[in-house]
Write a protein that binds this ligand. Structure first.
Ligand SMILES: [Zn+2]
Length: 68
């Protein structure tokens, strides 16, 4: 069973470094924030998808550690 953590998305880059995007909830608003570069963005819908896109585009981090 893969472990699903709804409050953060972590991906590894090809150098084995971990990058984490946190999903924070404030009332009905959700904000996603990257721990690596400080990037943040409101994400009402599909915050995990947007987090994955950021990790892939900004950090080339596409390896899902929970899928290993
Ligand atoms: Zn980032």
């Amino acid at each position: 069973m893969p472990r699903i953590d709804s409050s953060k998305v972590s991906r590894w880059d090809q150098h084995g470094r971990e990058h984490v995007v946190l999903v924070q909830r404030t009332g009905v608003q959700r904000t996603i924030r990257c721990d690596t570069c400080g990037w943040r963005k409101p994400a009402q819908f599909l915050p995990w998808l947007k987090a994955q896109e950021h990790l892939a585009q900004a950090h080339q981090a596409t390896v899902d550690p929970s899928a290993a």
